[in-house]
Design a protein around this ligand. Structure first.
Ligand code: B1M
Length: 210
């Protein structure tokens, strides 16, 4: 079995204690960190999601797999982040109200930070009010990044964008993403951009802030 397969199996099985070591070993073998992330961890979470959907596993197993993935991401982080560019400005990021998923949002934050932004992470379950307060406290924000993983929290993303627009806050761009979000949906709710993954979110943020 390849190292990548071992990592995928360990993430899927929620083997929190061994994932970090396996990722270290894969890096020591010279495997590409992006491949380890995509093929070893993100694909394992897709399998976990599929099993959950078919009621073969339940929330606790999904949670433990998420913990295992986080251990792997911790080891990968220094390899994934490039040299920070300088002074691209502030980016506020958060997972929208009602949504507790943060692995994707954390990856996006990490890539945006490594692109050269000063990232303020507001966490998960972030209300429109909290985003607005953060924007008022940080009037020099260049990018506001919203993540949603549930179809049931997509309306919350829309409501947040609407609330921000009616609060008449300007001079920054809103980017959105997350598994159920599409470019069409982003356009429909008035966001300035959509990207499907963390690396392209960082590229988009850079492009919009220029
Ligand atoms: Co949840 N969950 N979950 N879950 N969970 C999903 C999302 C689900 C698809 C599983 C399934 O049924 N197949 C499903 C949603 C179905 C739907 O909405 N149609 C689901 C459900 C139903 C639920 C609960 C409702 C379950 C329940 O309680 N009955 C519940 C909701 C809790 C809540 O949020 N209120 C719930 C809970 C949880 C856990 C807490 C157990 C755990 C999250 C732990 C954590 O995040 N700390 C969890 C997990 C782990 C998952 C799956 C298995 C994996 C998610 C993940 O981390 N993927 C997920 C199934 C799946 O995704 N296939 C599932 C890896 C991560 C890297 O990918 O987050 O998609 P992702 O991020 C990607 C892109 O989406 C993108 O970049 C990242 C990659 O580069 N991206 C952006 C993300 N944000 C972006 C922002 C951008 C740009 C790109 O710009 C700003």
């Amino acid at each position: 079995m390849s190292k990548i397969q071992e990592i995928a199996q360990a993430v899927e099985a929620g083997k929190v204690k061994i994932v970090g070591g396996l990722v270290e070993a894969a890096l020591a073998e010279g495997l590409d960190p992006v491949r380890i992330l995509n093929e070893g961890m993100i694909s394992a979470m897709e399998i976990v999601g599929g099993k959950f959907k078919r009621s073969e596993i339940f929330v606790p197993e999904m949670l433990i797999a998420a913990k295992a993935m986080k251990k792997g991401v911790d080891v990968l982080k220094p390899q994934l982040v490039g040299k920070a560019g300088v002074g691209l400005g502030k980016c506020l990021i958060g997972t929208v109200a009602g949504d507790m998923h943060d692995i994707g949002k954390n990856l996006v934050a990490m890539m945006i930070e490594s692109a050269g932004f000063d990232v303020i992470d507001l966490g998960v379950d972030v209300s429109a009010e909290k985003f607005i307060n953060a924007l008022q406290t940080n009037p020099d924000t260049k990018i506001l990044a919203l993540s949603a993983l549930l179809t049931t929290t997509m309306p919350s993303m829309k409501q947040i964008v609407e609330a921000i627009k009616s609060a008449d806050l300007k001079d920054f761009k809103i980017i959105v993403g997350g598994a159920p979000i599409t470019a069409d949906y982003a356009q429909q709710i008035g966001a300035d951009g959509y990207s499907p993954d963390a690396a392209s979110a960082a590229a988009l943020a850079k492009q919009l802030a220029a």
